[in-house]
Structures are given as structure tokens and as C-alpha cells.
Write a protein that binds this ligand. Structure first.
Ligand SMILES: C[C@H](O)[C@H](O)[C@H]1CNC2=NC(N)=NC(=O)C2=N1
Length: 100
């Protein structure tokens, strides 16, 4: 199983790779809120990411309200943030870019 990332190592990974992502208050997840043009754009984004989540067998914890999608990523099996979350977050960044 992949190692859980914590503390400064996790903060550095976010600073280096994932602008706007933060460690959730629980410390067990990384989080970012995305805002799109409208509800349809938010749904299109979620469907787009869903295909990658299935392919990776790694799924976001997320919610939608109109044009906003709040995302938390954690590796449930490991009980914290792992490289798999960083990988999915990077995909999410690329899918969101230019659409917000
Ligand atoms: C059985 C199945 O492989 C696991 O439940 C997968 C599915 N998707 C998952 N997604 C996430 N985010 N964390 C997991 O630990 C996880 N585990």
C-alpha cells in the first residue's frame, strides 16, 4: 500500500504541484473548491473527472451546488493522503483549467 503523506512533505507537494489545494482541517484529505460558468459546466467537469476516477479506481469525495464543485481527496484504504490523491488532483487541475 502507498504511504500516507503528512505535515511538511504534504504541504510541499501541494505547493509544488497543486496551486489552490489545501490540507483539509481533518489532516486526512486535500481539498479545493472549483467554480464554473454555470451548472452545466460544473456537471460536464464532474463527468469528465468521473471517467478518470473509474480508470484509476480512485474516487473523489465531492459535492456540487449550482456552479460550484467542492472536492476532497483521500485514500480511504490508507487512512490519509497518498500519491494516488496527488495524481488524481493533478488530473482534476488539468480538466478544470480554462473552464472556470
Ligand atoms: C475496493 C476498491 O478498490 C476500493 O474501495 C477503492 C475504490 N475507490 C477509492 N477511492 C478513494 N478515494 N480511496 C480509496 O481508498 C478507494 N478505494
Amino acid at each position: 500500500m502507498t504511504d500516507v503523506m503528512k505535515g511538511d512533505a504534504l504541504k510541499k507537494a501541494l505547493a509544488d504541484w497543486l496551486p489552490g489545494w489545501e490540507v483539509a482541517s481533518s489532516g486526512d484529505a486535500i481539498a479545493k473548491s472549483f467554480r464554473f460558468k454555470d451548472f452545466r459546466a460544473a456537471m460536464a467537469f464532474m463527468n469528465d473527472v468521473a471517467d478518470d476516477a473509474e480508470r484509476l479506481n480512485h474516487h473523489p469525495d465531492w459535492s456540487n451546488s449550482y456552479n460550484t464543485v467542492d472536492i476532497q481527496l483521500t485514500t480511504h484504504d490508507a487512512g490519509g493522503v497518498t500519491e494516488r490523491d496527488i495524481e488524481l488532483a493533478r488530473i482534476i487541475e488539468s480538466k478544470a483549467s480554462g473552464k472556470q
